[in-house]
Design a binder for this molecule. Structure first.
Ligand code: DDH
Length: 289
């Protein structure tokens, strides 16, 4: 008899785990990049795909993957993210049934887990939309600005102070590139490991303005090799933010728990899910957890 499935392919958790595993194994293989990992730039792709959400109009967010198209792909904030989109193309070719918007967010969740970060429960259901759904420029944060700007941008998405601080803790990962944002350098010495180092350094280091021709950024007094953005420094200038910075600097478990909750929320903004259940993916054996 004919045992081939009838009707459209309906992927299960096991199918999404296969996608997760393929991303994780590509991350483990492709080490000839930055500090040895595409993980940080995958996290940034998931964040910039999601962080365009506007709760008033319900526009933007990860549903749609409109960063595939100009003008959104050309927005200044998205400079360098083609690297992340291209990294995921072979995965899309291997699993053509997954939407780009599910793939990009799953890529971010995978990259955090594979960097020894917290578990990021994830659910499918995003649909790709066309160029008409591109968001206007200016919805993502500008690193040259202050706490008022951070609150403007993130309250538009529906986040409170605590959630804003937790989210920006993702700056444990990766680095700035002069040919992308104009800023330069990593936030800590292990930019491929997800930790609370960003908060510890913010509290414990002395930060001075970097002397260079580039945009205003800050340098640690001890080594002169690490960096903070003006918006990062705003997290210790502002009392409402600082109490969470100090808490996360002392308590990595609290940071992991609260980051996971708020990153899940970020990746789901504006998505009309049909299911309540989230998948918890098994991390690869090569992670340091
Ligand atoms: Fe960020 N980020 N980010 N960021 N971000 C940059 C890099 C990375 C801001 C500015 C910059 C979040 C919030 C903010 C990551 C994750 C997250 C760079 C450097 C700038 C500039 C880009 C480059 O030159 O390549 C600002 C401003 C904010 C803010 O909120 C005020 C959040 C919420 C996240 C998140 O993931 C939840 C990651 C990861 C990187 C490293 C990328 C890389 O290529 O490495």
């Amino acid at each position: 008899g004919d045992s081939s499935p009838k009707g459209p392919f309906v992927p299960t958790q096991a199918d999404y785990q296969k996608v997760y595993d393929a991303i994780a194994s590509r991350l483990a293989d492709e080490t000839d990049y930055d500090d040895g990992s595409y993980g940080p730039v995958l996290v940034r792709l998931a964040w910039h795909a999601s962080g365009t959400y506007d709760k008033e109009t319900g526009t933007g967010g990860s549903n749609g993957a409109t960063m595939r198209f100009a003008p959104e792909s050309d927005h200044g904030a998205n400079a360098g993210l083609k690297t992340a989109r291209d990294f995921l193309e072979p995965i899309k070719a291997q699993f053509p049934w997954i939407t780009y918007s599910d793939l990009w967010t799953l890529g971010g969740a995978c990259a955090i887990q594979e960097a020894s970060g917290p578990t990021i429960p994830w659910r499918p259901g995003r649909e790709d939309r066309d160029v008409a759904a591109c968001t206007p420029d200016g919805r993502l944060p500008d690193a040259a600005k202050d706490q008022r700007h951070i609150r403007d941008i993130f309250s538009r998405m529906g986040f409170d102070d605590r959630e804003m601080v937790a989210l920006i803790g993702a700056h444990a990962l990766g680095r700035c590139h002069t040919d992308r944002s104009g800023f330069d350098g990593p936030w800590n010495f292990s930019p491929t490991l997800f930790t609370n180092e960003f908060f510890r350094l913010l509290v414990e280091e002395k930060w001075t303005q970097k002397k260079w021709n580039g945009p205003t950024q800050f340098t640690d007094k001890t080594t002169g090799t690490l960096m903070m953005l003006p918006t990062d420094m705003a997290l210790v200038k502002d009392k409402g933010f600082k109490k969470h910075v100090e808490r996360y600097a002392k308590d990595n478990d609290a940071f992991f728990k609260e980051f996971s909750d708020v990153f899940v929320k970020l990746l789901e903004l504006g998505v009309p899910f049909k299911t309540e259940d989230r998948f918890v993916f098994k991390a690869s054996e090569t992670t340091h957890t």
